[in-house]
Design a protein. Structure first.
Length: 148
């Protein structure tokens, strides 16, 4: 959460290759954005976890193996809400259309995959997907104050 509302919106973006070795750059980006937005450590850790899940999914699955691609993450903090817009030109994939993983099943009975999307949905307040002009656009929103 934040100590006080922001006076002006904060907006930053980063473009990364579809290479999981660039995840530390993502974490540094989120940490810096969170610090500037006045977010506490708990919120920063939650955002890092959710965004890392979403970004690594894009890095791993959006492009064919051995194909270079990139993704852009835009981060906006304004009026008690942070919004992250993740875009890529990879294959169309709507993670919001996937069923939640059944966490009541034992690990040996669960199908592989789906836990990352489940985790993102649990950590964020809203998850929205659109395919716009040949791009996947995943928007993740988190309210920072209880009154929002």
């Amino acid at each position: 959460m934040t100590d006080k509302p922001l006076q002006t919106p904060i907006r930053h973006s980063i473009t990364l290759p579809n290479d999981i070795n660039s995840v530390p750059q993502l974490n540094d980006f989120i940490d810096g954005f969170s610090l500037e937005a006045g977010l506490d450590m708990s919120m920063t850790m939650s955002l890092n976890l959710a965004l890392e899940e979403a970004v690594v999914n894009v890095m791993t699955y959006a492009y064919a193996p051995d194909t270079q691609g990139e993704l852009t993450l835009e981060a906006v903090a304004d009026k008690g809400v942070v919004t992250f817009i993740l875009t890529d030109t990879g294959v169309p994939f709507d993670p919001t259309a996937k069923e939640d993983a059944d966490t009541t099943l034992g690990i040996e009975d669960r199908p592989i995959g789906g836990l990352g999307i489940f985790l993102v949905r649990q950590l964020m307040d809203a998850v929205d997907y659109q395919r716009v002009d040949g791009q996947n656009v995943l928007t993740l929103t988190k309210k920072l104050t209880a009154e929002q």
